[in-house]
Ligand binder design. Structure first.
Ligand SMILES: Cc1ncc(COP(=O)(O)O)c(C=O)c1O
Length: 412
């Protein structure tokens, strides 16, 4: 359940009318509900009954510092994929011992920073990366924890661009024998400790049976590793749980965790999960204004540079008018001002709307602002956090000087 609902015919986030936010901060603006975020985290944490567990929020889904601070205060760890994400979470006081570094292309500098900051583990994705980490660790004379990201070759469904655990995907290592070979390499290194195994099979997963298959695959491999004399500290099942965008029927975090506890009931390893979307997705909306009506188009002031998912993945977001009326609804195609035909938020969407109305693009908290860009020299929008009846600007709308601040005119 999210905390966006109609009161007296106006859409509220918790106790704040979205019309007041439009008035104070303008549009387009991302609005996040603190209560929804916290409820989502509590559901994950409280659903674990028996297992030693750690929830590492996937920073790539939503990375505003104010949001990360809330998540850190909830004692979550973090799943990061870059130096920038590492610095963000350290900036809000994250415990390095709860930081997992994933990603196929970690640079030398990122590895050095991860090591020097004492993160919990690098989830390594290739032999070359493992060799690079070993070289750097021995040069720095440090002991470094690593986990191997295993690709169980499970097709978790969903859009091609967000499926990561199939044969031929760029993520993780598919062959069990190759994983065992890497375990040998780690065992023979005086600078590396193998402490875990990780999998992440995709995003927006609607059928949790895929996690059962993943759990069985990871347990099977952990047992083979155990026979080589290595005791793993954690098994990491990644993120990926789906959320309802429009018509999706989705399992809850509670369903997922009860499945995991069933599969892992005889295991001693800590269970790590790396949820992103299922914590941040329904906590945010993108508020936008109808600028023009033309034929069957509602032309709004938010565009693909603000919310890329519909253009990139053909993702569907529900769109609500902030003001409820008795006016007749009709089917509209809602588009932004960017000069691309793919700048479509949703097609054939039934809604009532007039010019100057405000619309809320729902479930936009995850992979929303974080994917925004300055395409067409549009300034990136503001982000606002709501807590009860209070609202806070947690990122200012960009100005023209922000837009050009790193550009240099050559006068020769
Ligand atoms: C390694 C890893 N962990 C966690 C996540 C978070 O996934 P989601 O937001 O679907 O929960 C991702 C997303 O792509 C990922 O690549």
């Amino acid at each position: 359940m999210d905390c966006f609902s109609y009161k007296n015919s106006s859409l509220f986030c918790e106790d704040v009318n979205l019309l007041d936010i439009a008035d104070e901060y303008g549009t387009p603006t991302y609005i996040y509900s603190r209560k929804t975020l916290e409820q989502n985290i509590d559901l994950y944490k409280q659903s674990f009954k028996n297992k030693n567990s750690l929830i590492c929020f996937s920073v790539k889904s939503l990375n505003n510092l104010a949001i990360l601070k809330i998540i850190n205060d909830k004692e979550c760890g973090f799943d990061i994929v870059s130096y920038g994400e590492l610095m963000r979470v350290l900036h809000v006081g994250a415990d390095p011992n709860k930081i997992i570094f994933s990603g196929v292309g970690k640079s030398e500098m990122e590895i050095v920073e991860g090591i020097n900051n004492g993160i919990l583990s690098f989830n390594i994705e290739s032999e070359s990366e493992l060799q690079r980490i070993e070289r750097i660790a021995s040069k720095l004379k440090k002991q470094v924890n690593v986990a191997i990201r295993f690709n169980p070759e499970i097709d978790s469904g969903g859009h091609d661009y967000i499926t990561t655990g199939r044969k031929g995907d760029k993520f993780g290592i598919s062959s069990e024998n190759f994983v065992l070979k890497l375990c040998d390499f780690i065992n023979n290194s005086s600078n590396l400790n193998l402490i875990g195994l990780a999998c992440h099979i995709g995003s927006q997963i609607l059928d949790i049976e895929n996690y059962r298959l993943t759990a069985r695959a990871i347990i099977n491999l952990a047992d083979k590793i155990k026979k080589t004399g290595i005791e793993l500290e954690f098994l990491d099942l990644g993120g990926g749980l789906g959320i309802p965008y429009i018509d999706d029927i989705v399992p809850s975090a509670a369903n997922l965790i009860s499945l995991i506890e069933e599969e892992f009931k005889d295991r001693d390893e800590k269970i790590i999960l790396e949820p992103g979307r299922s914590i941040s997705g329904n906590a945010g909306v993108l508020l936008t204004k109808v600028e023009y009506i033309k034929d069957d188009f509602l032309i709004v002031d938010a565009a693909m540079n603000d919310l890329l998912r519909p253009s990139l993945y053909k993702a569907k977001h529900d769109v609500w008018n902030v003001s409820q009326t008795q006016n007749k609804e009709k089917n509209w195609t809602i588009v932004g001002p960017v000069c691309e035909s793919s700048d479509v938020i949703i097609k054939d969407h039934k809604i009532h709307a007039l010019e100057n109305d405000f619309l809320a693009i729902k479930t936009a908290g995850a992979y929303g602002f974080v994917m925004s860009s300055n395409y067409n020299s549009r300034m990136r929008c503001a982000e606002v956090l709501v807590n009860g009846s209070n609202h806070y600007e947690i990122r200012k709308r960009e100005s023209f000087s922000d837009l050009i601040k790193n550009e240099i005119i050559i006068n020769d």
